[in-house]
Design a protein around this ligand. Structure first.
Ligand SMILES: Cc1cc2nc3c(=O)[nH]c(=O)nc-3n(C[C@H](O)[C@H](O)[C@H](O)COP(=O)(O)OP(=O)(O)OC[C@H]3O[C@@H](n4cnc5c(N)ncnc54)[C@H](O)[C@@H]3O)c2cc1C
Length: 346
């Protein structure tokens, strides 16, 4: 009834669909009923208590981990809330809280400028702070779960304000409670991080070590610079070639399974993750399945980084997904490993 009233009062609401092309890093040209900018937490409350809530809605940061396969028959809530607060600090540690709509890399640079260390390995990951817990972003030997103390959110069911401490978030490899059991049930408003003041950076990742000078003491800023350089060389710029970073997760398999494959393909790499299990490189599996650099129309596999699927111009989300399925089938035929998609499919 409320919805009918709303549509009667706003007759053009259903007709003036909004393009999402510039709201997803794949550059997929689909439409939503509307895009509402969330620049204050109150905007979330207003939306949830309005008649518009009767439409399906989807929260979007920068759309760098989403593949739209069709028009979205609902409303996009675009997170634009801003603010960074130093909650407390002593000689060793700082507790810093950021609004969900803050740009992730801007936040990492803010922390470095204040000598708050830890996030430097996660330099240049596209997206917003509020999205960082969703898939527990990770790169170059670190994951954001190692620094998050609390995630603040609004429940979409009853509009209550909720606080999740680190262990409530059920963080795992590219996942959390917000991507699994409680998917879509909370709108994250703020994230709080515990960082080390003047901390010793993590340079266990080989690429970082190779890039740093052997003698000078390494500072967090050096790691940030090294990671930024490596990323800019290795990964395609989504502003030039639409993509969402790694499309698949690296598969975790039994050591026995890996050993069988390694007998056939001696160059395959893996590293131990838990007892009797190891994590393999999905990029290598895609490569030996013959997909590196392949293209079907405007949907393709990057020439240097086979984990990254590309929109070469006018690919539709379905074309990218179809390519992904073909890759999954080839990898399965070759290795009996089912690659899991990391990107959110809408
Ligand atoms: C070139 C490139 C490189 C990348 N490299 C990495 C990498 O190294 N490591 C890595 O982990 N990821 C990487 N990614 C993936 C992506 O950057 C991250 O997953 C990022 O955190 C997504 O942020 P976003 O704001 O764009 O989220 P979006 O894509 O907008 O949203 C992702 C999901 O989170 C949900 N969501 C977003 N904000 C909220 C909120 N406030 N409350 C509730 N739900 C929300 C959305 O509904 C959606 O399901 C890369 C992507 C690209 C394009």
């Amino acid at each position: 009834m409320l919805l009918e009233l709303f549509i009667r009062e706003h007759p053009s609401y259903m007709k003036d669909k909004k393009s999402l092309k510039s709201f997803n890093t794949f550059g997929i040209d689909v439409f939503a009923k509307d895009i509402i900018s969330i620049s204050h937490d109150d905007d979330i409350m207003k939306f949830l208590s309005s008649s518009k809530k009767q439409y399906p809605f989807y929260v979007l940061g920068d759309g760098s981990n989403v593949l739209f396969t069709k028009d979205y028959d609902g409303i996009i809530l675009k997170m634009e809330t801003k603010g960074i607060e130093i909650v407390s600090q002593n000689k060793e540690k700082a507790l810093v809280k950021a609004k969900a709509g803050e740009d992730w890399d801007t936040f990492v640079r803010y922390c470095l400028a204040h000598n708050f260390c830890g996030l430097e390995n996660l330099a240049l990951i596209p997206g917003k702070v509020g999205s960082s817990p969703i898939q527990n972003i990770g790169a170059y030997g670190q994951e954001v779960k190692n620094f998050i103390t609390k995630v603040y959110a609004i429940s979409v069911l009853d509009m209550s304000f909720c606080t999740f401490i680190n262990k409530d978030c059920q963080f795992g490899y590219r996942t959390s409670i917000f991507k699994q059991a409680q998917k879509g049930r909370y709108i994250i408003t703020d994230v709080e991080f515990m960082l080390t003041i003047d901390g010793v950076p993590d340079i266990t990742y080989k690429d970082i070590q190779n890039h740093l000078s052997a003698t000078a003491p390494v500072k967090a800023q050096d790691v940030y610079n090294a990671v930024s350089y490596i990323r800019s060389v290795k990964l395609p710029d989504w502003k030039v070639l639409g993509n969402a970073g790694s499309f698949f997760k690296n598969p975790v398999v039994s050591v026995t399974h890996f050993t069988e494959l390694k007998n056939k393909y001696p160059f395959l790499k893996a590293y131990p993750v838990e007892k009797d299990k190891c994590k393999m490189s999905a990029a290598q599996l895609i490569d030996i399945s013959g997909w590196k650099g392949k293209r079907i129309g405007d949907a393709g596999v990057h020439v240097n980084q086979p984990l990254v699927l590309i929109n070469y111009g006018n690919a539709k989300g379905k074309d990218i997904l179809n390519l992904a399925k073909q890759i999954q089938n080839s990898v399965y035929d070759l290795s009996k490993i089912k690659l899991e998609i990391e990107v959110n499919i809408k």
